[in-house]
Design a protein around this ligand. Structure first.
Ligand code: KE4
Length: 430
């Protein structure tokens, strides 16, 4: 595969951009190769600057659930752009998108748009702290909520040991009020939330984990989390930046029948443009400035192009049968993957829910951070490189989710299965 232009761009990029990328995972360090610079995308395929085309299972890390370059989204953006790209003033578009979000996600009575998932989650925990007057944020090992200081704690920092910075530049003072506990562990959850010495404002959780690879927790974990947070007056925040509008129109909360107090959104709701959002009960959201005291702001929040793209995206998702059709395709694809793994006796476990999945290279069940970390990242890296050579673009890390879109038709999925079979055979040969 010719990658000269990507290589020369990467060389240039490293001179002027840290690591040559604008987000670390894109550097492909964990899969032992240099990044390809993409030039265009359409439907379920992406093409790099050297003209190599791939079937895409990254989908820009989630937003592209209806496929790249959807005509409805492009039309909305271009028709809006001719009227101007940003005003820093309210527009009808943001009202329309807010109404669509509130109508699609029943737990959201009011919503505030921001520019990224990180902004959404950091604002949600500030709101929770502001409304409760409490300080401690509980999160879960292996769950990622963006790069705000409060979230960058070393995973597994112990059941009651408060946060240990997970990154230089994050002072102890910031993370001392963040507690990270094991995901999907009801016993530790109960013990922590009931610990009266902890001044807990909120719990923030990925209702389906996607950032340690895909993990669907036990429903007992979710039921206990909702029951205890309601009983103890702790704000329950569902970080649905990845699962929102991915797993159902109403996200994971619709699928699981759980109503959080606040929900964070991102990715899909921007149709590929920079958008985040947080929303929930009026009684909480009305505490946000200017009506309330909890401050949050943003120059480009509610940007008209992003709003127009989001409206076009959500209108596609609200078309009858969208999720059922996607579910059916992914069910078949998942069964194909499992059959191939069993036949090739490659130690893999497939965790899948809807169109979000991860093939872990391990023989044990993956149900939390500790078990996920047992996956063979070297084997994943070899698989990644073999699939890339075969025209399949996977997430460049074992600890990410892969996504199928409505634009993947059966021929694309069949090709991906064939390439997987060939890759698994090569993995076993060495
Ligand atoms: P952003 O700030 O990257 O828009 O969103 C942060 C975020 C928050 N919550 C969840 C559940 C997320 O998955 C993310 C971001 N996801 C990663 C992919 N695992 C973004 C990719 C990247 O960091 O480049």
């Amino acid at each position: 595969m010719k990658t000269d232009l990507s290589a020369s761009l990467f060389k240039r990029a490293k001179k002027v951009i840290p690591g040559g990328v604008n987000s670390p995972v894109r550097a492909c360090k964990s899969v032992g190769c240099d990044p390809l610079f993409l030039q265009k995308a359409s439907g379920c395929t992406v093409t790099d600057v050297d003209g190599n085309e791939f079937i895409d299972f990254v989908g820009s890390w989630g937003p592209m659930i209806i496929g790249h370059g959807h005509p409805g989204v492009l039309k909305a953006i271009s028709e809006t752009a001719v009227n101007g790209t940003s005003f820093g003033a309210p527009t009808a578009l943001e009202v329309e998108l807010a109404e669509l979000v509130c109508d699609s996600v029943p737990s959201i009575e009011k919503v505030r748009f921001v520019n990224s998932g990180t902004e959404a989650t950091m604002s949600a925990i500030r709101l929770a702290r502001g409304c409760t007057g409490r300080k401690v944020v509980v999160k879960f090992d292996g769950c990622y909520h963006g790069h705000a200081d409060s979230f960058l704690v070393k995973a597994g920092s112990g059941v009651i040991t408060l946060g240990i910075p997970g990154s230089p530049g994050v002072p102890d003072d910031i993370v001392k009020n963040t507690l990270s506990i094991p995901y999907n562990n009801v016993e530790v959850l109960e013990k922590t939330l009931r610990d009266s010495s902890l001044d807990i404002a909120c719990v923030i959780v990925e209702p389906v984990a996607g950032n340690m690879g895909c993990i669907v927790p036990d429903m007992e974990f979710h039921r206990t989390l909702r029951k205890l947070t309601a009983e103890l007056g702790i704000v329950l925040i569902f970080d649905e930046v990845m699962t929102g509008f991915r797993l159902a129109l109403g996200g994971a909360q619709e699928r699981f029948g759980i109503k959080p107090d606040l929900t964070c959104l991102g990715k899909i709701i921007g149709g590929g443009l920079p958008v985040g959002a947080y929303g929930g009960k009026k009684e909480l959201m009305d505490n946000i400035a200017p009506d309330g005291q909890v401050y949050q702001a943003g120059t480009l929040s509610g940007n008209p192009l992003a709003m127009a793209a989001g409206i076009a995206m959500l209108n596609e998702l609200r078309s009858p049968g969208f999720y059922e059709e996607l579910e059916e395709k992914c069910e078949e694809f998942g069964k194909g993957l499992e059959k191939i793994a069993a036949a090739a006796s490659v130690p893999t476990v497939l965790n899948r829910i809807g169109s979000m999945m991860t093939c872990f290279f391990t023989s044990e069940e993956v149900r939390d951070f500790e078990s996920a970390m047992k996956a063979d990242t070297e084997l994943y890296a070899r698989h990644y490189r073999q699939m890339l050579a075969g025209g399949i673009y996977l997430a460049p890390s074992q600890f990410e989710a892969s996504f199928v879109s409505a634009a993947h038709d059966r021929s694309h999925l069949e090709k991906a299965l064939l390439m997987t079979e060939s890759s698994f055979k090569k993995l076993m040969d060495r």
